[in-house]
Design a protein around this ligand. Structure first.
Ligand SMILES: C[S@@+](CC[C@H](N)C(=O)[O-])C[C@H]1O[C@@H](n2cnc3c(N)ncnc32)[C@H](O)[C@@H]1O
Length: 197
C-alpha cells in the first residue's frame, strides 16, 4: 500500500470489495459526450480503477493516460487498452509522486478525489492544477453521501467545501450544476466541469 492511502485498494480489488464500481457507463459521462462538452483531446484519468470510461475515450479518439496505484486496476486497463490501435498510456503509480510528461487538456476524475483522505485534498487539487494546462477542464464527480460516514472507501464531498477547495482564484465554476447522478452504492454523484484559470 502506498503512503498516501488509508485504504488498501489492491486488497479490495483482489477480494472483490469494490462497491464503488459501476455496472455500466457513468450517466454524466454519457451526457458530456453526447452534448459535446467532452470532445477528443489529451486527457488524464487519475485513480482510473477498472472503469470502462478510459476505453470509451480511447475508442473515440482521445489521447488517454490512466494512472492508478493498484496493480489489479492497471492490469485490467492494460488488458482492455493494449490490444487496440488507440492512443493510451497506462501507468502504475502514486498520484502524489507521478509527474505528467506535459499538461493535459482535460482530467476525468470519477470518484478519485472522494477516495482520498480529506487531509490530502489540498495537495491533490494542487496536482490537478499542475496536470492541466491553463483553460484545461476538470470533469469531476463529487460523491454525495450527505455526511461523513466511517467504513466507506470514499468520503462525502460537501459542495460548499468543494467550492472552497476549488477556489475562484484557480478554478472557474459553471453558473449552475447539472443534476446529480445515482451511484451503485445508493448515494449520488455531483458532476461538475471546472476550468483551470
Ligand atoms: C473509489 S476507486 C474509483 C475507481 C474508478 N475511478 C472508478 O470509477 O471505478 C479509487 C481509485 O483510486 C485509486 N487510488 C487511490 N489512491 C491513489 C493514489 N494515491 N495514487 C494512485 N491511485 C490511487 C485506487 O486504487 C482506486 O482504483
Amino acid at each position: 500500500m502506498v503512503a498516501t492511502q488509508a485504504t488498501d485498494w489492491e486488497r479490495r480489488y483482489r477480494e472483490g470489495a469494490t462497491g464503488w464500481e459501476r455496472p455500466g457507463i457513468n450517466p454524466a459521462f454519457i451526457a458530456w459526450r453526447s452534448d459535446g462538452t467532452l470532445t477528443p483531446c489529451r486527457i488524464l484519468v487519475p485513480g482510473c480503477g477498472r472503469s470502462v470510461e478510459p476505453l470509451l475515450l480511447a475508442e473515440a479518439g482521445f489521447d488517454v493516460t490512466v494512472v492508478d496505484s493498484a496493480p489489479s486496476a492497471i492490469a485490467a486497463q492494460q488488458g482492455r487498452l493494449s490490444g487496440l490501435h488507440v492512443r493510451a498510456h497506462v501507468e502504475l503509480g502514486d498520484l502524489f509522486a507521478w509527474e505528467a510528461p506535459a499538461p493535459f487538456d482535460a482530467v476525468y476524475d470519477q470518484t478519485c478525489l472522494g477516495a482520498l483522505a480529506p487531509d490530502l485534498w489540498p495537495a491533490y487539487t494542487g496536482r490537478l492544477q499542475r496536470w492541466l494546462r491553463p483553460s484545461g477542464r476538470l470533469f469531476a464527480m463529487f460523491m454525495q453521501i450527505g455526511r461523513e460516514t466511517a467504513g466507506l472507501p470514499f468520503h462525502h464531498c460537501d459542495l460548499a467545501s468543494m467550492r472552497t477547495l476549488f477556489g475562484d482564484t484557480a478554478w472557474q465554476w459553471p453558473p449552475s450544476l447539472p443534476a446529480q447522478v445515482p451511484h451503485p452504492s445508493g448515494f449520488t454523484e455531483q458532476p461538475v466541469v471546472l476550468t483551470r484559470r
